[in-house]
Design a protein around this ligand. Structure first.
Ligand code: ADP
Ligand code: ADP
Length: 226
C-alpha cells in the first residue's frame, strides 16, 4: 500500500499562444486503499494529472511523491484504464484478462487459475472463450477492469471508465467496482463527470475547475463512509 502525494504540481505546455498551464499548484494527499474521485469539466487538467501520476509525463514544477519517495517517470506501481479500454480483439476474454499477468511472466496455467474464479464472480462465466466483440459493453468493461486489477498495480487510475455505458449498466458497474475495490484493496483514482456517481463511490472527491483567467480552484471533500 502506497501513499500518493502531489506537492505543488504544475504542468505547462508551450503553444502558439504562449505558455499554457494545464494544471497549477495541485496538492493531493491520497492515503492507501482510498477511493478518490476527481470531477471537473473538460479542459480542467484531469488527463494531465493522470499522466503525471502514472509517470507518462513529468511535472514542470513540483513533485510526485509515492510512498515518501520523490518519483520521476514510471514506477510500475500505477495501472491506468481509459474510458474505452481496448481489449485485444483477437484474444479471448480469458486471454485478455490474463494479459497483465503474462507481461509479469506468470505461468499461463497459474494466471488462468487466478482469473477463472474472478470471471465467474464478476458475471463473465461462460464467456471465457468468447471474443470481445461477442460481449456487451458492460461485460467488456468488467473484463478490462479485471485485467487492470490483475496487473498487480497498487494504484489504479480510472478515466471515466463508465462514460460510454447506459444508465442501468453504469449502475451495475458501480456495484462491481465497489466489490472489486473491497476484494483487492487497491487505491482507486476515478475521473467522472457525474457528481452523483462520485458521491456514491468515493471516500474523497477533488473538484477541479477550468475557468480562464482564474487560479484553478481545487477543493477536497471528505465523505463519511459507513
Ligand atoms: P481534461 O483531461 O480535464 O480535459 P487536459 O489535461 O487534457 O484536461 O488539458 C488541460 C489543459 O491543458 C487544456 O487547456 C489543454 O488544452 C491543455 N493541454 C493539455 N495537453 C496539452 C499539450 N500537449 N499541449 C498543449 N496544451 C495542452
Ligand atoms: P451488464 O450490466 O452485466 O453488462 P448487460 O445488460 O450488458 O449486463 O447484459 C446482461 C446479460 O445479458 C449478461 O450478463 C449476459 O448474460 C447477457 N448478454 C449480454 N450480451 C450478450 C451476448 N453478446 N451474448 C450472449 N449473452 C449476452
Amino acid at each position: 500500500p502506497y501513499k500518493v502525494e502531489l506537492r505543488n504540481v504544475t504542468k505547462t505546455f508551450e503553444s502558439k499562444k504562449g505558455t499554457v498551464s494545464a494544471i497549477d499548484n495541485v496538492e493531493m494527499q491520497i492515503s492507501p486503499h482510498k477511493f478518490v474521485s476527481i470531477i471537473g469539466p473538460s479542459g480542467c487538467g484531469k488527463s494531465t494529472l493522470f499522466n503525471i501520476i502514472s509517470g507518462l509525463d513529468e511535472p514542470s514544477d513540483g513533485e510526485l511523491v509515492i510512498d515518501g519517495m520523490n518519483v520521476n517517470g514510471s514506477t510500475g506501481l500505477v495501472g491506468y484504464m481509459l474510458q474505452k479500454d481496448l481489449l485485444l480483439p483477437w484474444r479471448s476474454i480469458l486471454d485478455n484478462v490474463i494479459l497483465g499477468m503474462e507481461i509479469l511472466k506468470k505461468p499461463k496455467n497459474e494466471a488462468k487459475d487466478i482469473a477463472l474464479p474472478l470471471l465467474e464472480k464478476y458475471g463473465l462465466k461462460g464467456f471465457e472463450h468468447s471474443y470481445p466483440s461477442q460481449l456487451s459493453g458492460g461485460m467488456r468493461q468488467r473484463a478490462a477492469l479485471l485485467r487492470t486489477v490483475l496487473y498487480n498495480k497498487d494504484i489504479i487510475l480510472l478515466d471515466e471508465p463508465f462514460g460510454a455505458l447506459d444508465a442501468q449498466t453504469r449502475a451495475n458497474m458501480q456495484e462491481w467496482l465497489l466489490d472489486l475495490w473491497d476484494d483487492f484493496q487497491k487505491t482507486i483514482l476515478f475521473v467522472t463527470h457525474d457528481i452523483d456517481e462520485a458521491i456514491y463511490l468515493s471516500d474523497e472527491i477533488y473538484i477541479m475547475t477550468a475557468r480562464p483567467g482564474t487560479v484553478k480552484c481545487r477543493l477536497k471533500v471528505d465523505l463519511a463512509r459507513p
